[in-house]
Design a protein around this ligand. Sequence first.
Ligand code: NAD
Length: 319
Amino acid sequence: MNIVVLDGYTLNPGDLTWEGLQQLGNLTVYDHTDPCDIVQRASEADILLTDSVPLSAETIFKLPELRYIAVMATGYDGIDMQAAAEQEITVCNIPSYGTQSVAQMVIAHMLNFCHHLTEHSFSVKAGDWTESSGYCYWNFPQIELAGLTLGIIGFGRIGQKTADLAQAFGMHILAYDPAVSDQSHRPSFEWASMDQIFSESDFVSLHTPLLPETERIINRSNLVKMKKSAFLINTSRGRLIHEEDLARALREQVIAGAGLDVLSEEPPAADNPLLHAPHCFITPHIAWATRSARTRLMETLVENVSACIAGKPINKVLP
Ligand code: NAD
């Protein structure tokens, strides 16, 4: 079996091992692959592994022998699923390796707005504390999470784990998801409409996959429904947000801030409007990248490829 990894560097920049996959077949690992090189590199592959290299319909139709695509991530929006279905390709993903780490990043972005740790530390080192007249000062209002409302759009694995962590801080949870699940164990929780989430939340966090119906769900018409004091957090997919609209909302102080781990284009173009928007904190798509999460991802990847080879694929998202 020929196993080809198109972009192995992000999963394993050198601190993990490919040994598990090596034992399953003839493994070729490319650190990165430009779209123009995909077909040549994948032409001999029985199982093709991709993290963020997109597999368009045009590419997929040029790989008639391909039977399996193993996505090295949870989100598989980079694969043209219709083309994969037409070619009878099985696609599997890694459903839950990053749940804890991504939820932790949501809380990190929220706490950043509560305390502005980095800015205060820079201010102290610049001499501001030494020169201040009192024993303390703050450059930003300090926020306590207890009693505030977190609105969660997409209440699947990461949304629910985020709720667990937020509830430990004493937050009230509003959640919107077309698939309603039993949440009766939660002490301070309500299912809500999207409108209710936008108008009542102090923080709104996005956890829906990128789908045609979720693309740009954050746009001018929803941003203006939010409280002026509210913060938006996005660790899901950049294209859930209309970035021009969000940048404008931040400039006009329609909302108080945004904490983003993902952008519509990654890496972003230098003129991405959010790069210079005020009160916008951006991390470079690292919510998933703790060593613990990547180790789990690698373990599941080996299980997925092994199951494909055995003809009994697991974690299938297609068919
Ligand atoms: P999940 O499948 O467990 O949950 C997604 C939820 O979204 C489901 O409950 C689904 O019913 C809901 N949903 C579907 N359509 C919706 C809609 N129109 N409106 C609201 N909710 C809708 O997925 P998950 O494990 O929680 O992951 C969520 C997303 O997080 C992934 O799709 C991926 O894009 C992103 N992610 C990001 C990182 C990162 O490093 N930043 C890492 C892993 C995952």
